[in-house]
Design a protein around this ligand. Structure first.
Ligand SMILES: [Zn+2]
Length: 250
């Protein structure tokens, strides 16, 4: 494989940074280790925007992801994805938006089996779930436009960042917001330093790791504004709608 490739975000020169075992998982943060697989996974780091990615896995087909990552044993490395995370996310959204949510259309992008949307709809939201992995028949050009799009634990899993951004832009209403979670690499991944960050885990499908600078660039490329509430929770928006103005401190 080439030891330098182009950054999928900005086109910048991206030398290989390090190599980890395919079975490196986020559970290592809790002291739980899978057997070493023997399959190396390289990560590259963009010299320009700080985007860090696994070039080989970025070229995988959906079938390869289903076979090697999102398979029957995925739950071992991400036990919260079925119930705990959707429930927490729904509670957080309901608490955050309260009555403001009732007039808006919500899309949970990358919503897997649709559990978050179901929970929100039980609380009288108008929520739809879309996941490119499970809703393979759906045409994103016909599912509509949404005022609020959430993408929890999506960005770090995508193999085609530009496709993701283009999809989100297509689905976003003229005056809408995208709330998304992904942990920033800032302070966790750097040049001339080995990868020892728990989040950089191929077994979890964490193949695209964003710096603040790379998200700022992406936002610009797609005519969006970008802001962060924390190191792991962010917003893209065109123009902040009134029902979301409470999210930004005045
Ligand atoms: Zn870059």
């Amino acid at each position: 494989m080439n030891n330098i490739c182009d950054c999928p975000v900005c086109g910048g020169s991206s030398p290989l940074l390090d190599v980890v075992d395919f079975n490196k998982s986020c559970m290592e943060a809790n002291g739980e280790f899978l057997d070493i697989s023997g399959t190396p996974v390289y990560y590259s780091l963009c010299n320009n925007c700080g985007f860090c990615f696994a070039p080989e896995l970025l070229s995988w087909s959906m079938e390869q992801f289903k076979e090697h990552i999102y398979n029957d044993t995925y739950v071992r490395v991400d036990p919260d994805y079925i119930e705990t995370r959707p429930r927490q996310n729904s509670e957080n959204l309901i608490n955050s938006f309260g009555n403001r949510a009732y007039g808006i259309k919500h899309l949970d992008y990358g919503g897997g089996n649709g559990h978050l949307s179901r929970l929100l709809n039980e609380s009288n939201w108008k929520s739809t779930s879309y996941d490119p992995f499970t809703n393979t028949e759906a045409d994103i050009n016909t599912i509509g436009k949404f005022d609020l799009i959430t993408a929890f634990e999506v960005f770090e899993h995508v193999s085609d960042v530009k496709q993701l951004m283009s999809n989100l832009k297509t689905l976003l209403a003229a005056k809408g917001i995208i709330l998304f979670s992904t942990l920033l690499t800032d302070g966790n991944i750097q040049k001339n330093s080995r990868i020892n960050w728990w989040y950089a885990s191929p077994r979890n499908g964490h193949i695209s790791l964003f710096s603040r600078s790379s998200l700022t660039l992406l936002a610009k490329q797609y005519g969006l504004n970008f802001g962060s509430f924390s190191a792991g929770f962010h917003i893209f928006f065109t123009e902040l709608p009134e029902w979301a103005d409470h999210m930004v401190k005045k």
